[in-house]
Design a protein around this ligand. Structure first.
Ligand SMILES: Cc1ncc(COP(=O)(O)O)c(C=O)c1O
Length: 436
């Protein structure tokens, strides 16, 4: 690796640049469950990249599909032109989606998916003669990417304080309730009533001014908050009562993470709009999607046929290479039933993670599907420092974990083996025992 100065020009995202450049962690290769570092070490991937390489790394099937497509049709404009793979990808994706979610709009990231979903919600009400429905409701601790829309409805304070610009936004309370729900396995027992705060927001703003409610069915980036039993059902019922669209941001939960293809299937609650990204292409090529119910799509398909129904889209919407990657990824999901595999492993995963109870610094553990949140007691006067040190030491010990504040999140590729789960947990135990 070159001198530290060589690292200077790259302004890294969501990274402590100076700290990283002083002591870089460079990945140069990957295969299956492992990354390989510049100094030749193997790192067990406890996070599926960024919750996204669900089928494991460097799947030849996907790489070949990408190569073939790049050589056959490198790019096709997506405005007023089409190419077959985008239609095929939309068909395959909607066939997998919950009943009724039968149209797909393609984007290039989770952030774009969220902003697109919010715009579709506003435009839907406009098309239905209710243009005054402009208020967008998010949730505290929610993460919906880094576009101005997603940040405004999001509830991660560091994102919001500097960048939240949208007016007409409000937030539900988050559902984290460790006093009642600590050490939860699957959905926590208490807290369905957190959804009732939507009634207060309806009373405050007036139901006829609210366009949509957007939540992650399981909040990931904030440190794994699993919805309490009955919570999503109540949100659904309240949205129905007041004519609000319910948007599930499934950028993390999509493609098998919870042991079902989508969280909507897992929890048995179907939204009106769903955002996807990450696992859609196994993260090989940037791509996201917004799925909508048929009635939403149909409500746009009125007026003169030559009129563009939704004034929205990206140069790379439905990029041919991304579509090829998505189709190959969906083939792998079908052939290997990765969601079923995750469901089959979830019990062992839960037992292994909860065996960390009693380990130094651990004040809560929560698990669902192949996800774990491991909450550490913060160091006095230095929030996040203990978890960051845990992350660095795990990396040195050959394990990639992810940290948010003082919460360690694990979300391995769905191809993980039992022995690898044990290794992850043992490494964490050793590191937590050693960390101050
Ligand atoms: C729930 C959720 N929505 C949106 C995003 C943003 O996705 P991207 O980073 O691809 O823009 C993320 C990323 O972690 C996410 O977890």
């Amino acid at each position: 690796m070159g001198a530290v100065n060589d690292l200077e020009p790259y302004w890294m995202p969501f990274t402590a640049n100076r700290q990283f450049k002083a002591s870089p962690r460079m990945l140069v290769g990957a295969d299956g469950m492992y990354y390989r570092t510049a100094d030749g070490r193997e790192i067990l991937d406890g996070t599926a990249g960024l919750w996204s390489v669900n089928a494991g790394h460097n799947r030849p099937q996907i790489a070949e599909a990408i190569g073939r497509q790049a050589a056959a049709l490198d790019y096709a404009p997506s405005f007023q032109m089409g190419h077959p793979l985008a239609f095929e990808a939309a068909g395959r994706l909607t066939a997998l989606a919950p009943e009724g979610m039968d149209h797909a709009f393609f984007v290039n990231s989770g952030s774009e998916a969220c902003d697109t979903a919010l715009k579709i919600a506003l435009a839907f009400h406009h098309a239905n003669g209710e243009p005054q429905r402009r208020v967008l409701i998010g949730r505290e601790r929610g993460y919906h990417g880094v576009g101005f829309g997603g940040i405004s409805v999001g509830g991660i304070t560091n994102n919001r304080r500097k960048f939240a610009l949208l007016p007409h936004v409000d937030h539900l309370p988050h559902t984290h309730d460790p006093a009642r729900n600590a050490w939860s396995r699957g959905q926590p027992e208490h807290g369905a009533e957190f959804a009732d705060a939507l009634e207060d927001l309806v009373a405050l703003h007036g139901a006829d001014t609210i366009a949509a409610v957007i939540v992650e069915p399981m909040a990931g980036s904030t440190g794994v908050l699993v919805p309490p039993k009955g919570y999503l059902e109540r949100l659904r019922a309240l949205c129905d009562r007041h004519g609000l669209l319910l948007i599930f941001d499934e950028v993390i939960t999509g493609f098998g993470r919870l042991g079902s293809m989508f969280a909507a299937d897992h929890f048995g609650v179907t939204p009106d709009i769903m955002t996807l990204a990450k696992g859609l292409t196994n993260s090989t090529v940037p791509m996201g999607a917004v799925l909508v119910r048929g009635e939403i799509y149909d409500s746009f398909m009125t007026g003169p046929e030559q009129a563009i129904e939704l004034f929205h889209g990206y140069t790379y919407s439905g990029h041919p290479v991304a579509c090829a990657a998505a189709l190959a990824t969906l083939d792998i999901h079908r052939d290997e039933d990765l969601a079923g595999r995750a469901a089959g492993l979830a019990g062992d995963w839960e037992a292994a993670v909860h065996a960390l109870r009693g380990t130094r610094h651990v004040i809560d553990l929560r698990t669902i599907g192949l996800v774990a949140g491991i909450e550490l007691e913060p160091r006095t006067g230095a929030p996040g420092a203990r978890a960051y040190e845990t992350f660095v030491r795990c990396f040195e010990a050959g394990l990639l974990v992810r940290v948010t504040g003082d919460i360690v999140a694990l979300s391995p590729p769905l191809i993980v083996e039992r022995g690898q789960i044990d290794r992850m947990i043992q490494t964490l135990r050793d590191v937590l025992t050693a960390v101050d």
